[in-house]
Design a protein around this ligand. Sequence first.
Ligand code: HEM
Ligand code: HEM
Length: 188
Amino acid sequence: MRLESASAYNTPARLFHWITALLLLVQYVLAWTMPDVHRDTKPVGLIAWHLGVGVAIVLLVFVRLLWRSMHAAPPEPASLPAALRALGRYTHWLLYLLLIAVPLMGWANASSRDWSVTLFASIPMPPLSPTGSPVGHALGDWHRVFAWVLLALVGLHVGAALFHQFVLRDNTLARMLPSHRKQAATKQ
Ligand code: HEM
Ligand code: HEM
């Protein structure tokens, strides 16, 4: 069996992971610094950036999931109790679900406001709800609520990574870090 599939996430999986994490960090900073959105707000400046980065996140997650469907995650350390293993897996799939649902809800809300949504401020994206749609309007509230749920889950996830690293000391974090392959390869 190839070392990569045995003990570490492959390079694209690690790149997808850290680019998503970076974009998500930027996205929360944008969300909290952009002006409040009201009925007559125009999607310019930081708001336009929030829409553009959000669309980039959801498209990236779709590509990432496509890649993931073709490459299984490396097996967890054998020492990990079954309950913790299951908790980790459920958390990861819930993270993926929210990484799709949260931006789509924001996008539907933007469409209901008749805002044009573009990728990289240039490529036009289709509307996800009709202008003035009550569902699109309500999804704006859910977008904000689930953005907090996503953040809480990321907090749990990062806490788990640190628990693995400093309490269980089971090398889990290294599976997602760039140095892993080099370290492991030198042991071969
Ligand atoms: C994972 C990606 C995203 C995250 C984490 C996120 C996070 C947030 C947060 C925290 C707020 C609340 C800001 C505040 O009121 O303080 C917000 C508002 C908003 N976001 Fe996003 N967002 C994401 C993607 C998107 C996308 C893709 C769009 C549209 C294309 C979008 C459109 C909006 C809109 C229109 C609002 C205002 C909603 C309202 O107040 O009714 N967001 N977002
Ligand atoms: C900031 C947003 C983050 C998101 C949305 C996120 C999401 C994810 C997802 C979905 C997976 C599962 C990968 C798969 O099996 O397909 C994963 C794995 C992993 N993440 Fe994150 N992550 C984030 C940040 C972090 C941070 C800051 C750390 C380190 C402190 C971290 C450490 C890890 C580790 C070690 C794994 C592999 C777990 C394992 O081998 O079972 N993540 N992450």
